[in-house]
Design a protein around this ligand. Structure first.
Ligand SMILES: NC(=O)c1ccc[n+]([C@@H]2O[C@H](COP(=O)([O-])OP(=O)(O)OC[C@H]3O[C@@H](n4cnc5c(N)ncnc54)[C@H](OP(=O)(O)O)[C@@H]3O)[C@@H](O)[C@H]2O)c1
Length: 291
């Protein structure tokens, strides 16, 4: 039995779909406040649904009972409900889940994190603390550290909108990023389950090629067939925003935008040898499929 925590989220739901498709047993932890349609979709995959919350340790003990693996994608950053914070969900909540999983005799814990970046912000502090706890724990662990999800960071929600001829870029736009589709992150998570190559491993994940944001804009211009106006958020402005933010959520978002400005190119050769995932989706394919 594989318990997925964060199963109603973008990445978690895709992981559930893949595991179910491969014939694996799926149990999902959902909240009373989770979107009922998403929960129904998970039931439709054959998932066993259990109610709980990362802030409620007892609910996690129940959810972990009989599970051999736990995959946690949960985060408060986007799907925050009243009373949720980076501290009590992303840090303490994940710690609660690890403890509950250890006590229930879970063998393998897969955590979705992101690569280490030389900027101090609360989400990163939480992720690193949870990673350390896993390293010191009793379970086999796999820590997956994807860079920027293409579908999130190259979307109108974050100002990248070539269809309407505009693109917001954080920083100068010259530093390369290995954008990765969340669907490929899900493939790596599913491939890590029960895989000896993923035992006690910390694996950075990127897509098939590293492209600077300005290169992405040029590509988008070719795909949509029009000139795109670029709006830069200068690195100094991001640093000022990061320095001035008092809310942990805002400080974390500023930290992530700075990380984007600095770039992160990842060589996937070794990882693809260890965890053979077929065809990583390119930025061009993503842009071509965007309506
Ligand atoms: N976006 C990126 O570019 C990027 C890059 C690298 C790593 N990541 C990491 O990838 C992971 C998955 O991201 P995503 O986009 O799939 O996130 P998402 O769509 O916002 O999903 C978050 C999930 O966490 C659940 N959750 C939140 N608070 C919870 C709580 N207190 N108890 C139990 N479940 C709770 C949510 O449940 P409800 O439906 O009930 O709210 C939802 O299922 C995150 O850990 C993120 O840090 C993201």
């Amino acid at each position: 039995m594989n318990l997925i925590v964060g199963a109603t989220g973008m990445l978690g739901s895709e992981i559930c779909r893949l595991i179910a498709e491969q014939g694996g047993a799926v149990r999902v932890l959902v909240r009373d406040s989770s979107n009922p349609e998403k929960v129904e979709r998970l039931r439709g995959l054959g998932a066993e649904v259990v109610r709980g919350d990362l802030k409620d340790r007892a609910s996690l003990e129940k959810a972990c009972r009989g599970a051999s693996a736990v995959v946690s994608t949960a985060s408060s950053t986007v799907s925050r409900q009243e009373g949720d914070s980076i501290e009590n969900v992303d840090r303490q909540g994940q710690m609660n889940l690890i403890e509950a999983a250890e006590e229930a005799g879970v063998k393998h814990f897969i955590l979705i994190s992101f690569p280490n970046v030389d900027i101090d912000f609360p989400l990163q502090t939480a992720k690193r603390a949870v990673e350390d706890r896993l390293r010191r724990g009793r379970m086999t662990y796999t820590i997956l550290q994807p860079t920027f999800f293409t579908e999130v960071w190259l979307s109108p929600a974050l100002g990248f909108d070539p269809v309407h001829a505009t693109a917001r870029i954080y920083g100068g736009g010259h530093n390369k990023i290995s954008w990765i589709s969340f669907r490929d992150v899900a493939k790596f998570a599913a491939a890590a389950l029960g895989n000896p190559q993923a035992v006690n491993a910390v694996i950075k994940l990127g897509g098939p090629a590293a492209l600077s944001p300005l290169e992405v804009v040029r590509l988008a211009e070719q795909v949509v067939g029009k000139r795109v106006i670029v709006e830069h958020v200068p690195e100094e402005a991001l640093r000022a925003q990061h320095g001035a933010a008092t809310d942990p959520q805002q400080q974390s978002f500023a930290g992530l935008m700075l990380y984007y400005a600095l770039g992160d190119a990842i060589d996937m050769t070794e990882t693809l040898r260890a965890l053979p995932v077929q065809h990583l989706k390119s930025v061009r394919e993503y842009l071509q499929a965007t309506p």
